[in-house]
Design a protein around this ligand. Sequence first.
Ligand code: NDP
Ligand code: 2IT
Length: 449
Amino acid sequence: MNKYLNKVIEEVEAKNSHEPEFLQAVKEVLCSVEQILEKHPEYEKAAILERITEPERIISFRVPWVNDKGEVIVNRGYRVQFSSLIGPYKGGLRFHPSVNQSIMKFLGFEQIFKNALTGLPIGGAKGGADFDPKGKSDNEIMLFCQSFMTELYRHIGQDVDVPAGDIGVGGREIGYLFGQYRRIRNSYEGGVLTGKDICYGGSLARKEATGYGLLFYVREMLKANGQTLQGKTVTISGSGNVAIYACEKAVSFGAKVVAMSDSNGCIYDKNGIDLDLIKQIKEVERARIKEYLRVHKDAQYMERTDEDSPIWEIKTDIALPCATQNELTLNSAKKLVQNGVIAIGEGANMPTTQEAVDYLLEKGVLVAPAKAANAGGVATSAIEMTQNSIRYYYTFEEVEAKLEKIMINIFNDCKVNAEKYGCPKNYVAGANLAAFQKLANAMMAQGIV
Ligand code: NDP
Ligand code: 2IT
């Protein structure tokens, strides 16, 4: 291995030994850019790797709030402002009990590369809290969001840092966060958050963008390999924002989605998933996916019992992990391959473990890597910021057309770089190589900062 690369990996491991997800994300990127480092010895002198793996700023704060029983609860909030190299910090907020500094840093790190791939002027960040929205009343969600924003507001701004949604943060939460920000600032700053509702400054097609974008990417990847989505069987983990709109677009491309899941288990419906019912259960009732059986009594429900989700045991042509990190393990990858899977499309961030990615690539399965394939969400967030700046709204069709073009460009970037560096069809490496080169160029241009 390149000596400089080896040295930096050892240093990052030593400094962040208690942060496994962050180390996983860093090693995945660094190990695939060795050839660029060989070509650019000047990167070592400029400490490109040391600087790109160290967040510009990490903010951690107390979030106290009062629940419906009158009890005071204290959560921990975060914002990791990883890089403002090519634009204001940009990335989502995650509300989930598993949130910790390692998860925030891995997501912030991935976001720098993803945002660079979009070709738009956005830096990388991530934030959130170890708050569990499950089972909370609307009032509790509002009070939590208000308390969270009462601290966060001083660190963000439409030209500074622009948060959006992620796990546990959707339109409802963005609304409460925006309301509190506007109240504290005493001004309407439309572009300070994205994923806003259409009625107060949001963009049409932002809600659909990550899932739709994923399918545009997968379509391009299949096309480049002589395949289409028409008639293919698809399984999608998760049943949140990304999964639902991935399902909608997959069906519109002629595929048949037969399974979806949540953290408790998965449903298999051989007749094809009833997406209107999933939307009713998840977007309206905020209930468990098992409720699907209430209407479709002939569907099957499989409870999750360990780290391997039962959804990956179902025979499918295409698997779309759209729930969370490390949800597709080596065991699951082996089952998918045994069952003849041809492609994986990562809607979630880092959903496939490193061993599973290596195995899938070795077996000739096409892998659409998260930082490229799910970039449609943040790209459309940037389009939302544009509309807020010019004080004008695009139609749904206009936004979707821009999204489609961006996803086609991202796929081509991954493909061209995979070929250029001698690993054709390895779009995982292609994405890392393309994004890293853009960022390294910008770092060299801006001096040691
Ligand atoms: P949602 O909160 O809308 O949905 C998350 C889904 O994933 C739910 O079905 C949830 O099940 C499931 N899930 C969450 N955590 C776990 C877990 N630990 N184990 C198993 N299942 C889990 O989030 P999104 O759809 O917005 O996000 C999904 C993924 O996509 C995340 O990795 C996110 O980072 C990524 N992403 C999101 C983007 C966006 O625009 N929203 C953009 C790009 C990537 P349950 O309800 O049971 O918890
Ligand atoms: O992981 C992601 O790209 C997101 N959660 C979306 C970020 C954004 O700013 O729209």
